[in-house]
Design a protein. Structure first.
Length: 396
């Protein structure tokens, strides 16, 4: 809470200019702080020359970390098809659980999902916790958040991991709030602090210019979302045995704020970039939308997918679902061909883990060449058609 000490405040107004939220007014020569506007940033405390403003932050109650154990992976599915990122999370979760000497659990929510448990166990889970309910047939934030929250309160996992997908980004923050814990989004690295046993969560920060490592030292569970294609799944092992636990959640008191209408798939014949082994991406160097056909033709000749930089998407040359980068999708193909892309750090964050990178750009100093395995300096409007023609000839 924040408090103005009346016996010290002289109404000088120094705090007014310090407050960025217009939360302070001088009334009867005394500073008056509006609690509805104040965000407790403390700027006014520093600005007051008379030390007339006090900021008292409530201390969080200490928790017994020993009560929390195990690593959970939220096993996202739609129509009983497990999202690919889940297998990657199980691979990393298996590593973390083994290091901590704990169990790895997969939590799957939905309806008629009993067939999924064997796959989750085969890819590393020690146990699968199912909530099979008609209410969960279609994803809605409030119901999924209710289910995962109730399970976490009951079983007290130490770590909860989820994919940074549309679904994960939508409801996992709600769960973190319900559990009064922190959440690190879009992680690219996870490890265990050997001294404390805390989860070290690494993610890009400040526009991708630095990598920040974050830990939730005083709260449990520790929660993180992870992008697709940044971690590796373990090999499937159908000989693995695991436990399946079936749970029920009462949704009667959940306020139903949304209703399910339908799910519309994107009307496109283009291959999903997150699953492609070959991606050809175009950027600002294409100059206009019609020239994206050069990229599509090359991708088609290679049997690959079409990607794009943020500049191409912002210009509305192609749908957002094809954007590669920090604000788009993270990809990890065998071959990534960047055409007319300068290589801003935000784009590199989404494709630098590709096995082999080919860059085509007329600017020899373009940053993309620093990460490229093969760089071609020249006019893309000359190079790409010739390359496409040659590939077609070789594939005949």
């Amino acid at each position: 809470m924040i408090e103005v000490l009346i016996d010290k405040c002289v109404g000088c107004g120094s705090c007014l200019s310090a407050c960025a939220y217009d939360a302070i007014k001088i009334e009867d020569q005394i500073a008056n702080i509006d609690p509805d506007k104040c965000v407790l940033c403390g700027a006014c405390v520093s600005a007051c020359p008379f030390e007339a403003i006090l900021l008292r932050k409530a201390k969080a109650e200490a928790i017994d970390k020993s009560e929390f154990n195990g690593v959970w992976v939220f096993a996202e599915q739609r129509d009983s098809i497990i999202a690919p990122v889940v297998f990657e999370l199980l691979g990393k979760g298996r590593e973390l659980a083994d290091e901590l000497g704990s169990e790895l659990s997969a939590v799957v929510l939905g309806h008629q999902i009993e067939s999924l448990s064997s796959d989750l166990i085969a890819f590393g889970a020690d146990q699968v916790i199912e909530v099979d309910d008609p209410t969960l047939k279609h994803f809605r934030d409030e119901f999924y958040a209710k289910a995962l929250t109730e399970l976490a309160f009951k079983y007290k996992p130490s770590i909860i991991l989820a994919g940074a997908t549309v679904t994960g980004r939508s409801f996992i923050p709600r769960v973190a709030i319900n559990l009064h814990t922190g959440l690190t989004a879009d992680c690219t690295g996870l490890s265990i602090d050997q001294e404390t046993g805390d989860l070290l969560q690494t993610r890009p920060a400040f526009g991708g210019n630095i990598m920040a490592t974050i830990k939730t030292a005083n709260h449990r569970p520790q929660m993180a979302t992870v992008r697709h294609k940044v971690m590796n799944p373990i090999s499937r092992d159908d000989s693995r045995n695991g436990i399946v636990i079936q749970e029920q959640v009462n949704f009667d008191l959940v306020e139903e704020r949304t209703s399910w209408l339908s799910f519309e798939k994107e009307k496109s014949n283009l291959i999903n970039i997150t699953e492609a082994n070959i991606i050809v991406s175009g950027g600002r160097g294409l100059k206009e939308a019609k020239n994206l056909a050069l990229i599509e033709e090359l991708a088609d000749a290679l049997g690959g997918a079409v990607g794009a930089s943020r500049a191409a998407v912002d210009a509305e040359w192609i749908a957002y679902s094809h954007q590669v980068g920090q604000t788009g999708k993270t990809v990890k193909p065998l071959i990534y061909i960047a055409v007319g892309i300068s290589g801003a750090i935000q784009h590199l964050a989404g494709m630098s883990s590709s096995d082999y990178i080919i860059a085509i750009n007329k600017d020899p100093d373009a940053p993309i060449f620093k990460v490229a395995d093969l760089g071609i300096v020249g006019d893309l409007f000359e190079i790409v058609p010739k390359l496409t023609k040659r590939i077609k000839e070789l594939r005949v």
